[in-house]
Design a protein around this ligand. Sequence first.
Ligand code: AMP
Ligand code: MG
Length: 315
Amino acid sequence: MVSEQEIRYAAEIIKQGGLVAFPTETVYGLGANALNPLAVARIFTSKERPSFDPLIVHIASIADLEILAEKLDDRVYILADKFWPGPLTIVLPKSKIVPDIVTSGLNTVGIRMPDNRIALELIKHAGCPIAAPSANKFGRISPTKAQHVKKQLPDIDCILDGGSTTIGIESTVITLHSDGFVILRQGKITKEDLEKVLPYSKQDIDQNEIMSSPGNIKSHYSPNKPLYILGDNLEGLDTKNAAFLSFGTIPDREFKIIEFLSENGNLDEAAIKLFEKLHILEDSDVEFIIAEPVPEKGIGIAIMDRLQKAAHKYL
Ligand code: AMP
Ligand code: MG
């Protein structure tokens, strides 16, 4: 358990322009005062993240939203009411107060209210919104435990250890068109969940909206060894020194390690375990990883998005 005192200590670091890794319900974030450009610059340096990839700003109240974003219409309040705190990031026109470095020069800002006590208290005690991407090196596996953060970012000022995250993959990112919402990145909250409160837009997504941001480029979330998605690609392959990442299937050939995303095809469980299992297999001595695909429904869409990006450079 993280104590109130530890959270206050971490909040002090944020106030002074330092970096704090903290748990959210999705993955661990690497946070800095979103209104301090020098502090935010340290996030990019520490992650080796390219400056064209915008950050999500985390808030603890609707008052913060109103300071950061402009042209808020009723739909934003409906979404906030239904999905916040929770794993939904809404990209909105930004106010002048948001430094360009946070949004990679875009005139929009991605905002969400995380559903995690430690994260919310950290933001409240720091007294500022917190810009935070996932707390991993650029392009690598996202962290779902404090030890994953330590592995990739050993030098940051402070890590609040809140145990394993409860959802395990990043937030759904959406933006609003005049006729409804569009999804910029898949996550726990699905198109169907959102359609219960707003229509899906019929207008195309503009390339400027997606940006060339890593959440959307083809290779991301990668382990340090080859990962392939199971298809017809096992033919003639020697898997004795490989790992199998299973969604319930027991392979009929030899593997050195078998890890289960779920033993009985549970997609929520698979989302929680995805990055954790990839960290375990990355740290093991196998030569490569074969992952079983999961059904592309509900959160399975977001899981396959992450697996395909993790596998992309090995296609
Ligand atoms: P992460 O590194 O997991 O925090 O991912 C942040 C992702 O949120 C980016 O890579 C984008 O996909 C998305 N995002 C954040 N802000 C914006 C924005 N203003 N416009 C479009 N996408 C954004
Ligand atoms: Mg990330």
